[in-house]
Design a protein. Sequence first.
Lengths: 636, 290, 99
Amino acid sequence: MDTLNLAWLLVAIPLVSSAVLLLLGRGSDAWGHWLGVLASAASAVLAIVILVQLLGLGADDRTANVHLFDWIPAGDLTVSAGLLVDPLSVTFAILITFVGTLIHIYAVAYMSHDVDRRRFFAYLNLFIAAMLVLVLADSYALLFLGWEGVGLASYLLIGFWNQNTEYAVAAKKAFVMNRVGDMGMLVAMMAMFATFGAVDFDTVFGAADGAGEGAMTLIGLMLVLAACGKSAQFPLQAWLGDAMAGPTPVSALIHAATMVTAGVYLIVRSGPIFEQTPTAQLVAAIVGAVTLLFGAIVGCAKDDIKKVLAASTMSQIGYMMLAAGLGPIGYAFAIFHLITHGFFKAGMFLGAGSVMHGMGDEVNMRGFGNLSRYMKVTWITFMAGWLAIIGIPPFSGFWSKDKIIESAFVGEGWQPWVFGTVALVGAGITAFYMSRLFFMTFHGKARWNDGKNDLPGPERTPHESPALMTVPMIVLAIGAIGLGGLLTIGDSFVTWLEPVTGHVEHHEPVLPIPVIMVTTIVLVLLGAGLAWRQYAASAVPVAPPTGSVLTRAARADLYQDAVNEGVFMRPGQHLTRTLVYTDTAVVDGAVNGLGSGTLGWGERLRRLQNGFVRSYAAVMLIGVIGALVVVLASRV
Amino acid sequence: MNAALEISTGEAVLFWVLAPLMVAGALSLLFAKRPVHIAVSIAGVMIGLAVMYIMLEAPFLGVAQIVVYTGAVMMLFLFVIMLAGVDSSESLVETIKGQRGIAVVGLLGLLILVITVLTRASLPPAVGLAQANADTNPVGVARLIFGDYIFAFELTAALLITAALGALVLSHRRRLSPKVGQAELAEAKLAAYGKGGSAEGVTPPAGPGVYARHNSADMPALDAAGNPIDDSVVTVLRVRGQEAETADLDADRVARIATGAPMVPELDGAERADRAELDEQAETTKENEE
Amino acid sequence: MSLVNYLVLSGILFSIGSIAVLTRRNAIIAFMGVELMLNAANLTLVTFGRLHGDLHGQVIAFFVMVVAAAEVVIGLAIIVSIFRTRGSASIDDANLLKS
């Protein structure tokens, strides 16, 4: 188990690198980005070594607790910082470090013109370290540390170009909405401490059976809230679209592949808790289903390429949440989809970044078109991702998403029908909007000014990106093509996760599996065909048409921001204003009144204190006479 | 048990003589201007009080009153007055606003209160100290002081010692510069003279009154030019205006002093012959000896 | 003639002393007022001692005298040292207590 004991290096290497980059400052500008890449790559190599070592062990031995140090010795609560190395955490570690390293490499080129590239890499390394802490933690407390760490890194990276006020506001929005979820996490931990007296996984999961359902439901719901905040699930999803303000590598790494999936990880990791509370499970599934549709609808209307991808991410994570909410039968598929999604969505984000790179940072898809001629590599890699996400066999997405749809149909009562239908319809809509994105960008007529046509806008000279950018895209595209099928062979991935998710007997869906599969593919083809007819075969207007009510609503994120503002922000502002007024008028008024009253009386009384002994003597004499009069009066 | 006290007519007369005097003396506190007058008046009040103590069958206390208050405390007051403010006759104008009003109100209040209480109080018949003073008053008091009150008495001893030490500390002035003695003073004067300063202190000042007439101390000495030297007359006489002028002398005497002629009275002829004869005899004696 | 006369005299003397303290600015004079008040009190003590045929009054008066003597010594020493440092024996000049 030697290598497993070195698991702490996974976290330490990027953390040290980040600290070095931040502390050395401008001195490390010249080589800082390569140090960042190296740190990430070292972690990736180590993760692979650990993976190999775990694969060499029996299924039951694939869990290792690496105790690091006693972290919080506080009375009854002793939290030790330790790492939990098991199939689930190692899977995540691989995803984070491998995709992370690719994106690091990509960013070397993508950020080459930015004066603050070193700082960017420092933040990226910080993110890698924090995310690894999150997934490797052996207690909720340490997980929370990583949870906040990725939140911080996310905030720093979204607002990386904080000279732009809008971006800074977006970063703040993400930060604040994440805090709402963090509250859930904190309350969940408090409830755990109250119920079990501990927050480490072993104790909590071991005692979960015996705990009351009320407590477990509270913990479960709070964990779902936490997951909603971090994974941009309904109703806390509004920040993800704005988070696209960050540089594209950030969007790819944090807001597509890794951080936003932390919520799914949290729920899968907390499986033993959710098993005790069907309510929370159901809530998680409903949240997932709602977000799935929500993201898909929003994705259909957006014209900003990155925002479409963000909506798609939201929707795909909705799938994962739905799967996670289905219980043990869904856990493995949730993680499976998470992994494949990590690859193809990261690849597509990088592709989008490449397109932006070639098109002068233009993000409006209505200003693209026919780019396949100019960016062959980007086009092909993006196509791989596109086929994967809409679920065309044998691309990765098909294997994972299909399993989730199947699982959604498992069960009794109304639930399989509702969830299954939602998942099915979602797949169709996904096919539509992803195809829309793909066709609008790479096919159809060119809608940008190439210097020869008389289209408005600045002149564009689309070109392929340098190898530093294309190579990561190619690698991710390979993953998008083959990873799903590879891991499905012999159910190897599901088996691999069994020590964590538990073995699940095969359940028959309410519909026969072939029916589901065929329906899915038909819906997908329908959606893609509709998109082809509308956005590739016919001309796309440069100016967005007014559209139907639904389109307009979807463009405005289904008025989620307005709802948030109306329901939470405005009353909150009124509340704070009232509180401030109360504070100034009543509390401060009383305090200040007391103060000024004292001052005024003091000013008046001060005149008595004129410093003349004779005056004091006079007061004394008057006092004595008065006292004597009182005494005598009381005796008469 | 005891017969009621009879107050003799003599005592009453003495009281009525003394009391107004004492009140008058006390009122000097309020109206007199010079501290010395007040101190003496209060000393008188103290003596009156001593007499009253004796009238009140407390001869020991009366004597102690004279010794302690009149003899020690008031004299101490006089010392301090001499030291600190003998010539400061303060104005009686009040500077603190309303102080005088308060004082008047206080005075009236106190008087009315005290007199009302005393006149309305139902005091028991007076007993007198005839029994208590059976072995003479000092013995009676001593029995109490050295009996019941011995501890308090010892404490007062400590108190007095402390007070003496405290007064010593309070009035002690720490020397900030080295003490200047006679030797240092003389050196300083010589050094000043050496630098061209005045010769004062180096040569003794001129003495007054070389012309004995009636009171030479009031007569200034004359310098070589015949001008009077003012400093030669003591300050007190000059301040009092009792200094004599050179003009008081007759003119030819002044002139003779100025010319340096011998101060020999005029001799008539016979006297001159006698003198010449005497001179002659002296010379012959001289020659004989040789 | 009764012993009350002595008491009234004592009251008058006490009042005069206290008013002297209030009105006179010269510390020495004010201090004499204090002495007068003490003596007035002593007179009361002695008078009541005679009234009750008890020597305790005289003993207390004796102690008052002793304490007053000590107090005078200290008080005058303070006045002298203030006079030396501030060149004034006026009570009103010693008003450093005022802010």
